[in-house]
Design a protein. Structure first.
Length: 452
């Protein structure tokens, strides 16, 4: 098992940012070959998958994989034969999770299960140390690197309180790692109403607030209105796409660094935000390949249909060219913030489709069009019937609710008409968006009728 000390991991992360793109490319290739060699030697799945791969190969020569294929052979996927599917879940559901390591060597979490059965992921100290170093040197570069340590900072997390969800399980591990500091950690359920969340935050007065962007938009409103009265040193967003509207609202309202990252349970910390709110790919440790539906590379600067993710730090449960339904775009142009790592954008998952009048359309296309609606922090379409939709939102202010609804309605009507759909009825809802019960993320499309 590979090991690394935090001091060395931090130094490697800092050195990579001083490299040219070509130098980081050579570094990636070296790390990729090390990972592939290990996977072939210790994973039955990858030994079979790579049986025709010679000694000299490029990333593109490696066959891609996906959740379904790997889960069909979970025991063959992992590189430690002691790791079992049932054993991981037994550990995660036990009181020992977060206190003791799985098999005295690993941490373990699962995906939220929003796209099907949850995937149990096992990580060793090598993975955790390197990703921790990226958090310290890149995500927290705008603020105190110790801000996420509850010894002298108060941390509030507005998340979905389910131990199987990575954000909450991580919070529980933090609490157990710092006994005696429990009073400096506040768990706030996003299933609570905004007034309750505001009341808890006012009483707690956090130094750091973490949570989903859709929740943070509502908190920005509350701070503007004077009901929320906190002065955090930083706000950290994750799990959902942080739109420019929400980013600027948070920055202007709270006047503190707004931290954002693009991560997944499978692929780890893939990108982190700079002082301008742009996501920079951690391409020294995580490889992102934007691809079209047929798996071919997407042209630079164009939106992908999905992405192949390779985590160069995971030797226990290798993630190599693992397909995820994230629509992303990577730019070649450097960011004006001065960070050398490439800039990317993410639109969201491509898996949720719409069917209107028997005509099926990609939901991500609708999401793409609606991202330009102004005056709103979050939008959600609730399909109530074959040709009936309810539009839910978190507007910047109540005065803008009707204007936002009308703009969204017009965009949707034009889109459906262009696709040959029959007339559609739209309802302006006063209810807030619904959060997914698996993972707590805000779903852009919710189907709520018998014909689903």
């Amino acid at each position: 098992m590979k090991t690394i000390e935090m001091q060395e991991a931090v130094a490697l992360c800092q050195e990579a940012e001083k490299m040219s793109p070509e130098q980081r490319g050579s570094l990636r290739e070296k790390r990729l070959h090390s990972l592939v060699d290990y996977a072939r030697a210790h994973s039955a799945y990858f030994r079979k998958a790579y049986k025709d791969i010679g000694e000299h190969y490029a990333l593109e020569d490696l066959p891609p994989t996906n959740k379904r294929v790997l889960m069909e052979d979970y025991q063959g996927w992992v590189t430690d034969p002691r790791i079992t599917y049932d054993g991981v879940f037994e550990y995660i559901n036990s009181p020992e999770a977060g206190v003791k390591r799985y098999l005295e060597a690993y941490t373990a979490i699962t995906t939220s299960g929003t796209t099907g059965s949850p995937v149990p992921m096992v990580r060793d100290s090598y993975h955790n140390t390197i990703h921790g170093a990226m958090m310290q040197t890149r995500l927290l570069r705008q603020t105190d690197p110790d801000l996420m340590i509850p010894v002298r900072n108060k941390i509030a997390a507005a998340i979905f309180l389910d131990p199987h969800v990575s954000s909450y399980s991580s919070l529980l591990r933090t609490k157990k790692a710092y006994p005696g500091c429990e009073e400096n950690i506040l768990e706030v359920s996003i299933t609570s109403d905004v007034a309750s969340i505001v009341e808890q935050l006012n009483a707690f007065q956090p130094d750091l607030v973490t949570g989903y962007p859709s929740v943070m938009g509502a908190l920005a409103n509350a701070q503007k209105q004077g009901t929320l009265r906190i002065a955090p040193k930083a706000i950290a967003c994750s799990a959902e796409v942080l739109t420019e509207t929400v980013y600027h609202a948070l920055r202007q309202t709270f006047n503190c660094p707004i931290l954002n990252n693009y991560c997944s349970t499978e692929g780890g910390e893939a990108a982190m935000s700079c002082s301008l709110g742009k996501l920079h790919v951690n391409d020294d440790w995580v490889i992102l390949e934007p691809v079209n539906q047929d798996g071919s590379p997407t042209k630079v600067g164009e939106w992908s249909d999905g992405v192949y993710v390779t985590d160069l730090t995971n030797y226990v449960q290798p993630i190599i060219r693992y397909y995820m339904e994230d629509k992303i775009k990577i730019y070649q142009e450097p960011c004006s913030c001065g960070i050398a790592l490439p800039v990317m954008e993410i639109l969201g998952r491509t898996g949720e489709n719409l069917t209107v009048g028997g005509i099926e359309m990609l939901g991500v296309n609708v999401e793409y069009l609606l991202q330009y609606v102004e005056g709103v922090y979050a939008l959600q379409l609730v399909q109530r019937g074959e040709t009936e939709f309810e539009i839910r939102m978190i507007p910047e202010s109540e005065e803008k609710r009707t204007t936002v609804f009308e703009e969204a309605r017009k965009i949707l009507e034009d889109f459906f008409q262009r696709n040959g759909c029959p007339p559609v009825k739209f309802i302006q809802s006063q209810e807030p968006p619904i959060h997914n019960q698996k993972g707590g993320k805000l779903k852009f499309i919710v189907k709520d009728f018998d014909g689903r």
